[in-house]
Design a protein. Structure first.
Length: 97
């Protein structure tokens, strides 16, 4: 998610708008929350009792497999890593003098 500055000011500093800064913070927060959800949800009891696990006869075996749960948790770790990268990228909004 690359955010380009709208215009250059007279002093040569980038003119980021407030909504661009807010969007970057919300994106980092959203990635972190989705990551935590994806890490925790496969290991809770709610995971076993849902609509998708009962669609086909063999799906409960796959749905409750520790390999699938680990893969979903791995996606959560990737989301948390993305959120930390985005937090460190928030430095682009700081003014350098």
């Amino acid at each position: 998610m690359a955010i380009e500055p709208i215009e250059q000011t007279e002093a040569g500093q980038s003119g980021y708008r407030w909504y661009q800064k807010a969007a970057a913070v919300l994106y980092a927060f959203f990635c972190f929350e989705i990551g935590v959800l994806l890490i925790l949800l496969p290991w809770l009891d709610v995971w076993d009792h849902n609509y998708f696990a009962r669609l086909a006869a063999r799906w409960p075996e796959v749905w409750t497999s520790p390999y699938l749960r680990g893969a979903v948790s791995g996606l959560g770790v990737v989301n948390i890593a993305i959120s930390f990268i985005e937090v460190f990228r928030l430095r682009r909004f700081s003014r350098r003098r």
